[in-house]
Every structure is written in C-alpha cells, then in structure tokens.
Design a protein around this ligand. Structure first.
Ligand SMILES: Cc1ncc(COP(=O)(O)O)c(C=O)c1O
Length: 440
C-alpha cells in the first residue's frame, strides 16, 4: 500500500526533527562514533540506545541534567524510577562521605548497617524477612528460586508487557530470547487486567508462582486495577501458588508500596531502584517460611551468594534515603503531585492520539491511532509519533525516556511541570492533523 499524504507528512516531520537532533548534538554523535569501537553498538545498557545516536549526559544537579552538548534538561527520566532523590541530594552525599570515612567499602563481613537497613525495610513494607541483592533482576531470580523450593513446582505465570529484569522480559507478549528458564514461563499474552485469563493460568498444572507488577513499568506505566490485583491474590492462594509482587518500580508509590495502596498481601515482594539511594541494589522479602529457603543454618538451604549483596555503601545510603528523605509524608506528597500532573495532561490530550497513563509519580505517554485515552494492557502504538514527541520535547528542554516513561524526581520545580504541560499543548497544536483522531 502506498503511503497516504498524512503518512508522508508525518515521516517528513520525524526526519526534520531527527536532522535538528543531529545538528544540536555533535559531541554526543562523536562519542557514539567512538563508543562503537569498544562496545557492540556503542552500548552497554540496551534501554539507553536511541537512533540515530544516544544523548550523552555530562552531569546532573538536583532535578536537572546537562548533556555533553551543553543542553540543560529537566530530568523526567529520573533513572527509570531509581533517581528519586535527584542528583547529589545533600543527605545522600553526606551518607556516602560518612560511610567511606567511618566504615570503608569492602569489609568481607557482615556489618551492623545491613541489620539496621533490613529492619527498616521490614518495618516500612511489612516484610517478615528480607535479603539484599545487587539489582531488581537478581531479586526476581532469587524470589523465583525461593518459590520453586517452597512449592516443589517450576512454572511461573507472567503477563505480556511485564518486565522483571534483563533476563526476565515479556514485552510484546513473549519471553525475551535471552530469558532464563525458557521452558517454564506461562505468559498470559494480552492478559494484564484480564481476570479470567489470569485465573485460568494460575490454576494450571505445575505452577509455582505468579510474578506480576502492580503497574507495568516498561510497558508504559499501565496500572493494574485493584480488582485484577486482588483476584490474582485470591486465585494464587486457592491454587497453592505463590504470589510474587514485583515492586521494583512501584515501591515508591505509597509509604508501604503498591501492596499497601491496594491492600495486598503478597507472599514475596521484590524491590530495588531508589531503595539503593542511587547505588546498585535490590531486595526480596516477605513470608518468613518462604524466605527460610535461604537460611544458611538449615541443611540444603538455597545458596544466595553475591559479593556486593550487603555492600556498605548501598546499606548506608539506601537507609539514609528511606529514613531521612523519602519519609511517608514526602512519599504521599510526591505521588499527589504526580496524580495532579497526569490529570492536567489528560485534560490536554482529549480527542488526540496522545494519552498519559500511570499512578502517582510514574507516568508514560502513549500514541495510538484510535486515540485511546485509557490503556489497560500493551497495545500497538504509533512509533513515528512517539519519536517526534521525544525529539521535540528534548528541544524544549525535557529529558524523557524514548518510549515515553516519566519518573518524577523529588523537588522538581512546579514551574517545570507547568512548562511541560504548555509544551505538550504546543506540540498538539503544531501537529494538528497528524495527532488528531480521524473520524471513522
Ligand atoms: C518492574 C521491574 N522489575 C525488575 C526490574 C529489573 O531491575 P534492575 O534493572 O535493577 O535489574 C525492573 C527494571 O526496570 C523493573 O522495572
């Protein structure tokens, strides 16, 4: 089928924006050209690759980042939810200094700091036991090992669009090619927020666990409904299947995470991101009888090694952030700001192909040709409009995830949220016919 005039106009607008991008970012282009000589595709973190080349950042301060090309951006990437505290928060910097000055880094031993931090996490999130890892991916891998050890079964129910780590991805409704345990996934494709499909899968033969996000982050901040999440919990309990709630992104959405917001009682929860205070960290926790699988005093316990599991810096800094910065009050306030922001954006996008989804401080933009204003599971999107939006928001000084996610940083200037709303309105106005939903 030959392209319509509208298709041609959109392609021309994207190409013009890409050309402006290349012209504005010569230093990033040069760094990329150098990087391809030592890293495949010049990349060591797939999510950060963008065409024609990635933007290289030079530094960050509070809620802003400055690129190698000298452009200053309001940081809406927020390190994919991990950068909650912004750049060089004084409490975080002080905790780092104190740790290096008084404790040191690699002591090859257990320290009092992991006792303090594990207790704080148990109290805040209502966990009976917790263990530390180096990432959210690892937290999920070990949570699955515990569930398999506890139930004696192997299969795991997950949802299309779910993302649980670098080797645990289900975006597009299929396990990633480099996923672990390829024989064991029961992927409920198109089943997020579908109670019947979820229940049927959970009742299947040989299922050890259901692993689910309360808000699908990588799929674009798609909220699980309260009813859906409750039904998963009930179906899992009835079937003797463990309910593992992946809170790697959502633990920041209420003082006790999304489990607290939705009044859920998962058997296990996995977390990470902001809870490392900006350092590599993760954790899994929940029922003492399930977590007992790792108790090294028991013969035959699961091994959960990891040189850096309890690294002093993450223990110190994670605890300082949780106890001194992201207090329950600060958490409620930030998520209220996020809800208000999303509601304002929703007011601007009616009748267009653009919408914003999310919960609290996690949002994402979506472009669908039908002009959906509510999205409950992965849907096909207009990739060209997504690209155009990204290029033009960058030109307006907003650093965004290419696929559309926004994670608000604490202390982001309210004026910048207003300015973003104005930029979105101007984008929709500027591209009138390209973004309006055509009448059927
Ligand atoms: C919901 C969820 N689970 C797990 C992970 C993996 O965490 P990490 O990148 O720390 O391995 C991510 C990362 O984006 C995530 O969003």
């Amino acid at each position: 089928m030959s392209p319509t005039p509208a298709d041609q106009a959109l392609s021309a607008a994207v190409q013009a924006a890409a050309d402006r991008f290349s012209a504005r970012n010569p230093r990033s282009a040069a760094l990329h050209a150098e990087a391809v000589n030592s890293m495949p595709g010049g990349n060591t973190r797939t999510t950060l690759h963008t065409s024609p080349f990635p933007v290289y950042m030079r530094s960050g301060r509070d809620f802003r980042v400055t690129s190698e090309d000298g452009h200053v951006y309001t940081d809406f990437v927020g390190e994919f939810t991990a950068g909650l505290y912004g750049h060089s928060h004084p409490v975080i910097v002080e905790a780092m200094r104190e740790c290096v000055a008084t404790t040191g880094l690699n002591l090859g031993a257990q320290t009092a700091h992991e006792v303090t931090y594990s207790r704080a996490l148990c109290e805040r999130f209502g966990l009976e036991r917790v263990r530390f890892t180096n990432s959210g991916t690892e937290a999920n891998l070990h949570a699955l090992a515990a569930a398999r050890a506890f139930t004696g079964k192997r299969k795991v129910v997950v949802f299309g669009g779910g993302y649980h780590g670098g080797v645990l991805g289900f975006v597009g409704g299929k396990p990633g090619r480099n996923n672990v345990d390829l024989a064991d996934w029961v992927v409920v494709d198109g089943g997020y927020n579908d109670i019947d499909k979820a229940t049927e899968a959970i009742r299947g033969e040989g299922v050890a666990a259901v692993l689910v996000e309360g808000v699908q982050g990588s799929a674009g901040a798609i909220a699980g409904s309260f009813e859906f999440m409750r039904c998963i919990q009930i179906a899992a309990k009835e079937a003797g299947v463990l309910f593992i709630l992946d809170e790697v992104m959502t633990s920041r959405l209420s003082p006790g995470g999304i489990a607290d917001l939705y009044k859920l009682e998962p058997d296990l929860r996995t977390m990470g991101k902001w809870l490392g205070g900006g350092l590599a960290s993760g954790m899994l926790g929940g029922r003492a009888d399930v977590m007992a699988a790792f108790d090294p005093r028991s013969p035959g316990a699961l091994t959960h090694g990891g040189t850096f599991n309890n690294n002093t810096l993450a223990m110190y800094v994670g605890h300082a952030g949780l106890s001194k910065i992201y207090t329950p009050e600060a958490c409620v306030q930030l998520n209220k700001i996020g809800d208000d922001f999303r509601n304002r954006l929703a007011g601007l996008t009616k009748g267009t192909k653009l919408c914003f989804t999310g919960v609290g401080s996690l949002l994402a933009s979506h472009f669908t040709d039908e002009g959906l204003q509510e999205i409950v599971r992965e849907v096909p999107e207009n990739a060209q409009l997504k690209d155009l939006f990204w290029y033009e928001m960058l030109e307006d000084g907003f650093w965004l995830v290419r696929r559309g996610n926004i994670s608000l940083i604490l202390g982001t200037d309210e004026g910048e949220l207003n300015r973003f709303c104005e930029s979105v309105a101007a984008f929709l106005e500027r591209h009138g016919d390209l973004v309006k939903v055509s009448p059927k």
